[in-house]
Design a protein around this ligand. Structure first.
Ligand SMILES: *Cc1c(COP(=O)(O)O)cnc(C)c1O
Length: 375
């Protein structure tokens, strides 16, 4: 990654590792005897896996999930010997030996993947730890009904594998009243009975809040660790973890009728003061936020006006006299959660976090944060 000079950067991204740890702790306490894992795929949802993973290890996490093998390989040196590292997407053909050599556990998602990994185990002459995923209703990854039947009827398919986990994934867990939840729970439980006894895992962040029936032996939270709300329509119990402060690089006074931004999609209704900040859609501040989002100057909300550009965005700061060139506007933060920004953009908080840019001056906070002033 390109080095970012703190003094030159167009924005500061604060990542509160204390809050990430507190969120993991809250989930772990809620899970009781069920182990609490941590999903750190996509660079820990954009926060930075190289920093987030050691913080979670220090808090007690020992089961980490990535999507890709290369994401997992990069984390191996950061983990203690008693930790487990899982690759959710399974393995591309030919990658089995690299996975086994690194001691990483693949999530086997098809009979073909099972056969390839069991074949490697026989060639190596040792049992290989692995995970089986069954499709319980999402139709995305995992053994389908026919493959499950074949393995249930002939367990020789699993010979050579040390089955460490049977898992599945919920499609609608953030909606607690959705009938898919009970249907997937029933189908997953039935699948577990067909397979050799092994620890089981079903719940993502939202699944943890569906109650103990969904907990099984290991939970796989991602989003909630990073502060996203796990239950749709309910108060968010998680602590915010990111704060994006964009530098104001210029301000101007407009007259009535002056156009602002590409496409001249907004025109000033009267004399206004407009601030341009050095963050745009190339930094993950989505273009679909054009005309929809709000930032904060201290406690004063300032509406986004005009179109989000690649490297800059304009806000109406008429009501915020403190917003001057060289100062900062808070684009994401405690007053403006990623979930709120996501709603303005017509997406979900996951996409806001995983899109977070690479041009920011990233500051990792490791002490409890009191309410602070802008930098
Ligand atoms: C991404 C993912 C998770 C984590 O889900 P969150 O909703 O972020 O908690 C868990 N399990 C699987 C299979 C995933 O793909």
């Amino acid at each position: 990654m390109q080095q970012i000079d703190a003094g030159h950067a167009g924005a500061v991204l604060e990542i509160d590792l204390t809050a990430v740890r507190a969120n993991w702790r809250l989930l772990a306490d809620r899970l009781g005897t069920t182990a609490c894992g941590a999903v750190v795929k996509a660079d820990a949802y954009g926060l930075g896996a190289a920093t987030v993973v050691p913080a979670l290890v220090a808090e007690g996490a020992r089961n980490f999930f990535t999507a890709h093998l290369d994401e997992a390989l990069a984390l191996v040196p950061l983990l203690p010997g008693d930790a487990s590292l899982f690759v959710l997407n399974g393995l591309p053909a030919g990658a089995e030996a690299d996975c086994a050599a690194a001691g990483i556990l693949p999530v086997l998602n098809s009979l073909g993947q099972v056969e390839a990994y069991a074949g490697l185990a026989r060639r190596l002459g040792r049992a290989l730890p692995a995970v089986l995923q069954v499709d319980s209703g999402m139709s995305r990854l995992g053994l389908d009904r026919g493959e499950l039947e074949r393995i249930a009827e002939n367990r020789d398919h699993l010979a050579g594998l040390d089955l460490r986990l049977v898992m599945s994934h919920l499609a609608c867990a953030e909606r607690q009243d959705h009938p898919m939840n009970a249907a997937q729970l029933a189908r997953f439980s039935a699948a577990c009975r067909q397979l050799p006894a092994a620890p089981a895992s079903l719940a993502n962040s939202s699944g943890i809040f569906l109650g103990p029936d969904f907990h099984f032996n290991l939970a796989r939270p991602g989003a909630a660790l990073y502060g996203l709300a796990p239950v749709a329509g309910a108060a968010n119990p998680m602590r915010p973890t990111v704060r994006l402060l964009a530098r104001i690089i210029q301000t101007r006074e407009t007259r009535a009728g002056d156009a602002v931004g590409y496409g001249a999609r907004w025109t000033a209704p009267g004399p206004r003061r407009v601030a341009t900040v050095a963050v745009g859609y190339a930094d993950g501040y989505l273009r679909s936020l054009s005309g929809q989002a709000t930032a904060f100057s201290g406690d004063v909300p300032v509406p986004l006006v005009g179109t989000v550009s690649m490297d800059s965005t304009t806000f109406d700061v008429t009501d915020a006299p403190e917003a001057v060139a060289g100062g900062f506007l808070e684009l994401i933060g405690p007053r403006q959660a990623p979930d709120t920004v996501a709603t303005a953009a017509g997406t979900i908080g996951y996409e806001i976090l995983t899109a977070l840019g690479r041009r920011y001056d990233r500051r990792y906070l490791t002490a409890p944060q009191p309410e602070r002033c802008l930098p």
